[in-house]
Design a protein around this ligand. Structure first.
Ligand code: GDP
Length: 444
C-alpha cells in the first residue's frame, strides 16, 4: 500500500469514528483495528504496530474518560501523537555549521539512490548559501563517476573523482583534503554499494570513514525494500554507524512502511525523503509534518520551506504568517506559487486539506481545479481578498456574486473559503514560531 493510501485509510478510520453517532468503546476498538491493519499492509513492522495499538488505547483510556470531555479531540490527538512517535527516533539530526568543512558520507546498497541523492543534497545546501561539493568514492561500479559528474555538472556543483585510481579510500581522502583546502563547507562523499550486504562492502565503508572522518554518515534506504529495511539498516548500523537516514523513491508504488520501521530499529532520524528522480525532488523530513501531511492535514512548514528554496514571491505571506494572519490573497498567492512548483500531486499534500480535496485526481485534473480556485480569487474585490474571509460569512450574497463572476459554483467558492479558514487557523497557531523557524533555516 502506498503511503498516500495509508494516510487516507487512517484518516477515514478516525473520521468515521468521530462522525458516528455512537462513540462507544466498540467503535473505538474498530478504529484502532482498522488503523493497525492499514499500517501492517503498508509493511510497518508488526511489533511497532502492536506498541502503537497499546499506546493509543492507554492514552485515550476510553473507560475512564469523564463525561463531557471532547472524546473526538482526545482520540484524534492520540492517533496523531502515536503516529508521530512511530517515526520519531528522539534523536537530533546533525546540523552543519557555516564557515567550516562539514563532511557527509553516504552509504547504502547499490541502486538505492545514493548518487542521485548526494547531488540533490549538495544542491539543497547550495541553495541555502553553503559552498557545497561532491566526491565520488565509488570505484566499484563502472560508470558511477560519470553519473555523478553528469548530475553535478547539471546542478553546477564542483566534484572530485578519478578514472584511474581504483582504491576508494585514497579517492575519498584526496577529494576531501582538496575541498577542505578550498574552504568548501559541505563535502559530500558518495561511496559504492553492492547488490547485497557483504563483508567487503562493510570493510570498505569503515576504511573510508577512517580516512575522511565524516561529521555525519547518512544511510540511503530505498522505500520499496519493505520488511528487509529493518535487517538492512541494523547491518549497516553495526559496521558504519550512520547518524541519519534518507528514504528514497517515496513517490513510487512502494509501501514505505518498512523503511519507516528502520527508524525505530536503529533509533536514527530520517532527515530527508526522495520524492522523484529530479534534482528538486528532495524534502526535509520532520516527524510531525510528515504525519500531518500523511493524514491530509498539510505541512505549512514544508510549504514555506519549499517556497523559500524556489525564491518565489512569498514575502507578504511570510510576514503575515509571522503575525498570525492569513488573508484570502495569501491563499491566492500560494495557489499560484503551487502551480509554479512542479507536479501538483507532490505539492498538494503540504496545503492543509488540499490533498483530500484533490482526492484521486491526476495532475492535470488537479491543476485545472487549482486554476478554478485562482479564478474564484480573481473575481473577488480588493477588500475581500485582503480580508480574513469573515466578510463572506457576514454577507453570503458575496459568495453567489463571486461564483457567477468566476464561472464556478457556489459550492466551489465555499470549499475555497473553508480551505482558507483552515490555513488561517494554522497561521494563527504558527504565530511566533515563524521567526524561530526562519532562524533555524538559516542555521541549516
Ligand atoms: P545508487 O546505485 O545507490 O547510486 O543509485 P542511483 O542514484 O544510481 O539511483 C538508482 C535509480 O533510482 C536511478 O534511476 C535514480 O534516478 C532513481 N532514484 C533515486 N532516487 C529516487 C527517488 O526519490 N524517486 C524515484 N522515482 N527514483 C529515484
Amino acid at each position: 500500500m502506498v503511503l498516500q493510501d495509508l494516510g487516507r485509510r487512517i484518516n477515514s478510520a478516525v473520521s468515521d469514528l468521530t462522525r458516528s453517532a455512537t462513540l462507544d468503546e466498540k467503535a473505538f476498538d474498530n478504529m484502532i483495528k482498522e488503523i493497525c491493519s492499514a499500517l501492517l499492509e503498508a509493511d510497518v513492522n508488526v511489533k511497532l504496530v502492536g506498541t502503537l495499538r497499546k499506546s493509543i488505547k492507554q492514552s485515550v483510556n476510553f473507560k475512564e474518560l469523564p463525561a463531557g470531555v471532547n472524546k473526538k479531540r482526545i482520540i484524534q490527538k492520540a492517533v496523531f501523537d502515536e503516529l508521530v512517535k512511530l517515526v520519531d527516533p528522539h534523536a537530533e539530526p546533525f546540523k552543519p555549521k557555516k564557515g567550516r568543512a562539514n563532511v557527509i558520507m553516504f552509504v547504502g546498497l547499490q541502486g538505492s539512490g545514493k548518487t542521485t541523492t548526494c547531488t540533490k543534497l549538495a544542491r539543497w545546501y547550495q541553495t541555502r548559501g553553503f559552498k557545497a561539493c561532491l566526491v565520488c568514492a565509488d570505484t566499484f561500479r563502472a560508470g558511477a563517476f560519470d553519473q555523478l559528474k553528469q548530475n553535478a555538472t547539471k546542478a553546477k556543483i564542483p566534484y572530485y573523482g578519478s578514472l584511474t585510481q581504483t582504491d576508494p579510500v585514497i579517492v575519498a581522502r584526496d577529494g576531501v583534503e582538496k575541498f577542505k583546502k578550498e574552504r568548501f563547507e559541505i563535502i559530500i562523499v558518495d561511496t559504492s554499494g553492492r547488490h547485497r550486504q557483504e563483508q567487503e562492502l562493510f570493510d570498505e565503508m569503515v576504511q573510508i570513514q577512517g580516512a575522511v572522518k565524516p561529521d555525519q554518515t547518512i544511510m540511503v534506504l530505498d522505500s520499496s525494500i519493505g520488511q528487509q529495511a529493518e535487517a538492512q539498516s541494523k547491518a549497516f548500523k553495526a559496521s558504519a554507524d550512520f547518524g541519519a537516514i534518507i528514504i528514497t523513491k517515496t513517490d513510487g508504488n512502494a509501501s514505505g512502511g518498512g523503511a519507516i520501521s528502520a527508524v525505530a530499529a536503529t533509533h536514527t532520524p530520517i532527515v530527508f525523503i526522495g520524492t522523484g528522480e529530479h534534482m528538486l525532488d528532495l524534502e526535509r523530513f520532520a516527524p510531525q509534518a510528515f504525519i500531518s501531511k500523511l493524514l491530509g492535514m498539510g505541512d505549512m512548514q514544508g510549504l514555506v520551506d519549499h517556497v523559500q528554496s524556489l525564491k518565489l514571491d512569498h514575502k507578504d505571506t511570510m510576514k503575515h504568517i509571522a503575525e498570525g494572519v492569513f488573508t484570502v490573497r495569501d491563499l491566492r498567492d500560494q495557489l499560484s506559487n503551487i502551480m509554479k512548483m512542479g507536479p501538483l500531486s507532490k505539492m498538494a499534500g503540504m496545503v492543509p486539506g488540499l490533498s483530500q480535496m484533490m482526492g484521486s485526481m491526476d495532475d492535470e485534473e488537479g491543476s485545472m481545479k487549482l486554476r478554478r480556485m485562482i479564478y474564484i480569487c480573481d473575481s473577488m474585490t480588493i477588500k475581500e481578498l485582503d480580508s480574513d474571509g469573515k466578510v463572506f460569512v457576514e454577507q453570503p450574497t458575496r459568495i453567489t456574486r463571486v461564483a457567477h463572476g468566476s464561472g464556478t459554483s457556489v459550492r466551489e467558492v465555499e470549499d475555497l473559503l473553508s480551505q482558507h479558514r483552515m490555513m488561517a487557523h494554522m497561521a494563527k497557531k504558527m504565530k511566533g514560531n515563524m521567526a524561530n523557524m526562519q532562524r533555524a533555516q538559516g542555521a541549516m
